[in-house]
Design a protein around this ligand. Structure first.
Ligand code: GSH
Length: 219
């Protein structure tokens, strides 16, 4: 068995943060596919046995079981020293961007994309318009932050950058707008992240694309 197990599925940008981190740090890890679209996370056995919050990602490392991607990223950076913010100012700055990301960037992009592509029935137009406007507003804030700088919280990539990638690499068709085309500084930053050793696209990194299989896109 691998050193780390990650409960995840290919369509989850929240899980992608953790999967990408594991790959970027060169961890010995394996995915455990969660049948999210089949309702697995709503079942009592998942909530009692895996995560009481009914979410992915969940990271298992020996006897330790961690949820919330921000906690998982912090744990892995503390453990390995990789992508770890240095000093109090950088640590707080990284945390600031992770919270903003979780709540307002990928926190809006994720539900928007879910309601657009996967929910039955699809999202109410007023809800979709609200989520898209909030996501675009906050993407513009991230774009401004990245204008004239390489990474979010430091001159090196940190867990704040890994977190922010969440949903950004998923195909533009899944959003109906193109994050990279609309936001040039985000596009340049995404290319820098993509150039890091170990980077993989979410559909190549986590099982379950397309739906209902535990296979990978390229298998
Ligand atoms: N803040 C959490 C969000 C996790 C999350 O919402 N995951 C989604 C899948 S992408 C989920 O499991 N949702 C189940 C639900 O909300 O019931 C994190 O960053 O880990």
């Amino acid at each position: 068995m691998s050193e780390f197990q990650l409960y995840c599925f290919a369509q989850s940008g929240n899980a992608y943060r953790a999967a990408l981190m594991l790959n970027l740090i060169g961890a010995d890890w394996e995915p455990k596919w969660v049948d999210f679209f089949g309702g697995a996370t709503r079942k009592p056995e998942y909530r009692d046995g895996v995560n009481e919050m009914g979410e992915v990602p969940v990271l298992v490392h020996g006897k330790k079981k961690l949820t919330q991607s921000a906690v998982i990223l912090t744990y892995l950076s503390d453990l390995t020293g990789k992508f770890k913010p240095q000093g109090e100012d950088e640590r707080l700055e990284a945390l600031r961007w992770i919270v903003f990301d979780n709540q307002k960037v990928n926190g809006f992009l994720g539900p928007f994309r879910f309601l657009k592509n996967f929910a039955k029935p699809a999202g109410d137009p007023a809800v979709m318009a609200f989520l898209q406007a909030r996501a675009q507003n906050n993407l513009a804030i991230v774009n401004k932050r990245l204008t004239g700088r390489q990474y979010l919280a430091s001159d090196r990539p940190t867990i704040a950058d890994v977190s922010m990638t969440g949903y950004f690499y998923y195909p533009a068709e899944e959003f109906g707008f193109d994050i990279a085309k609309d936001h040039p500084a985000i596009a340049a930053w995404l290319a820098r992240m993509q150039a890091l050793p170990g980077w993989k696209h979410p559909y190549d990194l986590m099982p379950g694309y397309p739906f209902g299989t535990s296979g990978y896109r390229n298998q």
